[in-house]
Write a protein that binds this ligand. Structure first.
Ligand code: AMP
Length: 396
């Protein structure tokens, strides 16, 4: 793997695709700096070499060109403070200003470009747009794992203009190494825990994991599509009818492959989807018609805990219930605690996906996990076995 450690950046201009897609409040202050902080070591290494840094990223989902609330200029104070440098800003990511600022850049200086997605060309993967960005620098660094599954101008197309001069930053190389460690050098038993709202987004990963995992634990709303496939009564729980047969196939294939699939035994059910709903415990397979399952129950937590604690490798994506609501957070909290304890006892644990990461932070267990991925969609596609465009572009 070619990384920034293979290059001495002295007097060289590096353009780095970073993931600065951070949440901002009404006053345009950053409310979670995790993604920026993750990239600081990459930027510092290049500056310490005596290199010049140009940063490019997207922020939010601008529809039609520039919008104040999606401007990357709001990140300048935080970046300047944490890089201990006067970070310059180009209010247009291409064009004369960007060109001039880039050419005037001195060693040890940083230039931040305005939001790439102010141009439709970015998401379209436009070659000409990529070429204009490429013309600003000598070396291309990709450090945005969160967007590595997209073939956008700045994440993949641009790499064509840097033959022999394109490398991964530390975020990317850490992600690849840690995910590969989980999937390739797997210490057994390997347990994958999957939850979240929709089975449609996860079934491919579950099928792919049948070749790799020893145990698959299923929670979240998608458990009810499996339970319905097994002829259980799921009441008003969220299910996807089109996936009932597919879920049944997966259960049969698991049996053939010798993979244990663990489905919930009991559930916390509610009379409406609300924080203030009436709720009670129920068998997971016998939910009354007017009720819906919003979390896994206590017996299930106990069973899942036993499986997790005997595992040596653990992968977790997707909450066990509606953890955003106090009444339905217990299942997700319990699984998070089991993973933390297993990690303390020597297991390797990897967590990814916005909701699981939000959950682990909510329960303040983030320091007790071996590796927290910055990727959601990118992580899942990588685990599915797809070659991500952002990775392919550097390796080719
Ligand atoms: P996903 O994006 O598919 O990982 O789904 C995450 C969302 O699933 C979270 O916002 C949870 O609130 C939601 N969720 C988890 N369990 C349930 C459930 N039993 N019913 C409805 N939503 C759920």
């Amino acid at each position: 793997m070619k990384t920034i450690d293979d290059i001495n950046f002295k007097d060289k201009k590096a353009i780095i695709r970073v993931d600065f897609n951070v949440p901002l409040n009404d006053r345009f202050e950053i409310t979670d700096t995790t993604r920026i902080d993750a990239t600081l070591p990459t930027i510092r290494k290049i500056l310490n070499d005596g290199g010049k840094v140009i940063l490019m990223s997207h922020l939010g989902r601008p529809k039609n060109g520039p919008e104040e609330k999606f401007s990357l200029k709001h990140l300048l104070p935080y970046l300047s403070k944490n890089l201990n440098a006067d970070v310059k800003f180009a209010d247009d990511c291409i064009g004369e200003t960007a060109k001039n600022l880039a050419s005037e850049l001195k060693s040890g200086e940083v230039l931040l470009l305005e939001n790439l997605r102010f141009y439709k060309e970015e998401k379209k993967g436009d070659k000409n747009f990529a070429k204009k960005l490429a013309s600003l620098a000598d070396i291309y660094v990709n450090d945005a794992f969160g967007t590595a599954h997209r073939a956008h101008a700045s994440t993949s197309i641009i790499a064509d203009f840097f033959p022999g001069k394109k490398v991964f930053g530390y975020v990317m190389s850490n992600e690849i190494q840690n995910i590969d460690k989980t999937l390739k050098d797997t210490k057994r038993p390997f347990t994958a825990i999957l939850g979240g709202a929709k089975i449609s987004g996860k079934i491919q990963i579950i099928n792919n994991l049948l070749e790799k995992a020893d145990n698959i634990i299923i929670g979240g709303a998608m458990m009810f599509t499996f339970i319905k496939a097994l002829a259980g009564k799921v009441g008003k729980s969220l299910i996807e009818d089109d996936f009932i047969d597919i879920a049944m196939d997966t259960l049969n294939n698991a049996k053939k492959s010798g993979v244990n699939i663990y489905l919930p035994i009991d559930a916390v059910i509610a009379d409406e989807f609300s924080e203030n709903a009436n709720f009670k415990n129920s068998k997971a397979y016998d939910i009354p018609d007017e009720w819906m399952g919003l979390d896994i129950g206590e017996k299930t937590c106990k069973k899942f805990d036993e499986v997790i604690k005997t595992s040596k490798t653990i992968l977790w994506n997707g909450p066990m219930g509606v953890f955003e609501m106090k009444a339905f957070e217990n299942g997700t909290k319990s699984v998070a605690e089991s993973i933390a304890q297993a990690t303390e006892n020597g297991a390797f644990s990897l967590i990814g996906g916005g909701d699981s990461v939000a959950a682990i932070k909510k329960f303040n267990l983030q320091d007790k996990i071996s590796y927290i991925s910055t990727g959601g969609g990118a992580l899942l596609e990588y685990i599915e076995g797809k070659k991500l465009p952002g990775i392919k572009a550097i390796e080719e």
